[in-house]
Design a protein around this ligand. Sequence first.
Ligand code: SF4
Length: 260
Amino acid sequence: MAAPSSGVTALLAWFAQEGEDLPWRRTRDRYSILVAETMLQATQVARVAPRYERWIARWPTVETLSGASLGDALAEWHGLGYPRRARNLHTTAGVIAESGWPPSGDLTALPGVGPYTAAAIRCFADGEALLPVDTNVARVLARRFPAGWPGTPPGEGWAVGQALMDLGRRYCKARSPRCDDGCPIRQGCPAADSGDVSANDPPRRRQGRYEGSLRQRRGRLLGELAASGSISMGQDREAASSLVADGLALERDGALVPVE
Ligand code: SF4
């Protein structure tokens, strides 16, 4: 087998020394990884960490989560945004509690589990040497390894996946990458050497404005619902109806009420 590239060796050496100690890095349990990755899909690491720990303390297994009500799962999720993720997690826990985990190649059949989350479970829980490529990792790969990933050393699938994520978040940022401010794989980096680091970045998904958006209004209604137990549909009919349509709340006698 060919020797690992110096970039991969440097990445792993850095991660062994400097990798962050995050709660989901202390487990190889599939369900725990599923919870963490579902939360991390659209919420920042610092916000996820305490919420992940609370969730796992409350529902440590698929069986415990599937035995909880959807309403409790949504209330626990409150503040993390995109509550459909909590509904999918709850449904998925029920499916697995009932029928067990599907084969590795069929994980995307589970509600809310896309190709990225499936790859993350296989890499971070099962230790398979495949790369879960999220936005951060895609950027690092495009900049530092434009000719393609040079190969994962045997037994290092987990560390490589976590290291690329850390590096993308802490050094190889979309804006203001820290090439000459300590990046551990600066040596031999084609993007940094080119003088135009972002030239070959993958296209960025533009997020619409949050302020005043339907997403913000839905979040506000769910917050009020959790606090009061019932609010008028008429308070914000569009947002209320979309919550009902998504199965995240119920309409009862003209009022919006929590799911049970
Ligand atoms: S040197 Fe710059 S572009 Fe290259 S991997 Fe490091 S931060 Fe990213």
